[in-house]
Design a protein around this ligand. Structure first.
Ligand SMILES: Nc1ncnc2c1ncn2[C@@H]1O[C@H](COP(=O)(O)OP(=O)(O)OP(=O)(O)O)[C@@H](O)[C@H]1O
Length: 257
């Protein structure tokens, strides 16, 4: 594949709230995302930042087709999303939500599950599980546990491992470090950078922690009230100004309380 191949492209995408009410109303509700256009090339790492309610999760949900845009177009690997059977799209695009569930399975089974779905046999699954449990330093004694026996941070590490081990073409991560300590969060950033370089995975990560976003990204998308406020190469970002701008937006969201 050509290194500068565009893997993801959004053209004037809008999302209105009525769409989320499962067609109960034909009227447009309030805008959640407006006029969103950007693209990502193979192996690129995009940090999506913005204050609370800016539309970051809504954007990731559209990219995994959990919601449909009200209008505008999304292309994956040059095909319009609607042309791709959802089952095919899900093989290439993995979404890790903020609070991932381990489906009531033991850790061992939850890690193997996406590989079983892809038709891998036990012999093929074993070395992949060994590789990723080692990379994410998942101890053997977690493997027999269920999610109820894990802490929030441990659960997040397992959910991350499950998303990474299939090495999707496009990986969508919604605040993957929210329950991790600083050491694990930094380690994850290193793993993501290596993974995108080695296997050309394109990664979009929502993260409120700018120090982590800075370590991770090659490109930054700053959302503000559902619109793209900035779309910049990482080298062009003034991280101090960005920090100030996000603080100011958060203060304005306090409604004076
Ligand atoms: N199912 C829904 N129905 C209607 N409105 C929604 C729905 N989900 C989100 N919204 C609205 O869309 C806007 C964007 O929400 P979203 O969760 O995408 O923000 P976010 O940037 O991810 O915020 P946070 O940083 O708090 O996670 C908010 O105003 C929210 O109230």
């Amino acid at each position: 594949m050509n290194n500068s191949q565009i893997i993801l492209k959004l053209e004037k995408v809008n999302l209105y709230s009525s769409l989320l009410a499962k067609g109960k109303s034909n009227q447009l509700g309030y805008p959640i995302l407006q006029d969103i256009s950007f693209q990502a090339i193979l192996g690129e790492r995009l940090a999506i930042v913005g204050s609370t309610g800016a539309g970051k999760t809504s954007l990731l949900r559209l990219l995994n087709r959990l919601d449909e845009p009200t209008n505008g177009k999304i292309y994956f690997d040059n095909l319009e999303y609607h042309q791709i059977p959802i089952i095919e799209l899900r093989k290439s695009v993995t979404f890790l939500p903020q609070e991932a569930k381990l489906l009531g399975m033991k850790v061992k089974q939850t890690l193997a599950y996406p590989l079983v779905l892809r038709g891998f046999n036990k012999q093929k699954i074993r070395p992949i599980l060994d590789e990723w449990t080692e990379k994410l330093q998942i101890p053997n004694d977690w493997l027999e546990k269920t999610e109820l026996q894990l802490s929030a941070g441990q659960r997040q590490i397992v959910a991350i491992a499950r998303a990474l081990l299939i090495q999707p073409k496009l990986l969508l991560l919604d605040e993957p470090t929210s329950a991790l300590d600083a050491g694990n969060a930094n380690k994850l950033m290193e793993i993501l950078v290596t993974m995108s370089q080695d296997s050309q995975t394109t990664i979009l990560m929502v993260n409120h922690q700018l120090t982590l976003a800075k370590k991770f990204c090659t490109k930054l998308i700053h959302l503000q009230q559902g619109k793209i406020f900035a779309d910049l190469a990482a080298s062009e970002v003034n991280w101090e100004n960005l920090h100030e701008s996000l603080l100011k937006a958060a203060e304005e969201d306090d409604f004076g309380f």
